[in-house]
Design a protein around this ligand. Structure first.
Ligand code: M7G
Length: 203
């Protein structure tokens, strides 16, 4: 018996650069897609755990049809909630990342009709692990373009993103801590040349 997921998900991997000629596009690889709980566990049990990945590796778990890139048509007006765990030895990154993946595929991060969650990402870096949640919009009003969500006022758009941010913070086990989870638009990230763009909202 297979227990179907609400969506089909694709796992992607960014391998660390091997030489100086490597670009983002050479390093990002599509791994596998799945649409059931059983397939998820089969894959999870057979891939390298995050704690064993080399520095500069990433896992990306995105809805099928969305590339884990700012440039994708479904990401280009969006942003992300993200948190950096700077004390890498103090946390269990494998448990945290598993929890976040289960929240994503179990659809507990957003409500029916939000249509915001594009995927989740873990970055393995020298000084931190970062876990991110990518959203389709940045909570503006409008007609579905330029960071807006159709049929939502700016206030409603922002409320949806804040509610998702709170759920994400819970999935990270940070709900009762003083730590701050930050939201930033991908356009800011792209312009800053790094993911450390100025946060628009925090939870
Ligand atoms: P990062 O891995 O998000 O954060 O971005 P880091 O600075 O903590 O390592 C690192 C670099 O990877 C960026 O400066 C870009 O050169 C490249 N990069 C990352 N992302 C998510 C993208 C993307 O979506 N599109 C493109 N073109 N480059 C990206």
């Amino acid at each position: 018996v297979k227990h179907p997921l609400m969506n089909t998900w694709t796992l992607w991997f960014t391998k660390p650069p091997s030489g100086k000629g490597d670009h983002w596009n050479d390093l990002l690889k599509e791994v596998i897609s799945f649409d059931s709980v059983e397939e998820f566990w089969g894959i999870y049990n057979n891939i390298t755990s995050t704690s064993e990945l080399a520095l500069k590796s990433d896992y990306h778990l995105f809805k099928k049809g969305v590339r884990p890139e700012w440039e994708d048509s479904q990401n280009k007006h969006g942003g992300k909630w993200a948190f950096q765990f700077k004390d890498k030895k103090a946390i269990n990154i494998d448990a945290l990342w598993l929890h976040v993946m289960l929240a994503a595929i179990g659809e507990t991060l957003e409500e029916d009709g939000d249509n915001e969650v594009m995927g989740v990402v873990v970055n393995v870096r020298k000084g931190f692990y970062r876990i991110g949640l990518w959203t389709r919009t940045i909570g503006k009003a409008g007609d579905g373009k330029n960071g807006a969500a159709k049929g939502r006022t700016p206030e409603q758009g922002r409320e949806v993103l804040m509610r998702i941010g709170k759920k994400f913070k819970e999935a990270l086990g940070l709900e009762s801590s003083n730590e701050v989870v930050e939201f930033s638009g991908h356009t800011d990230s792209a312009n800053a040349g790094s993911t450390r763009a100025k946060a628009k909202f925090t939870v």
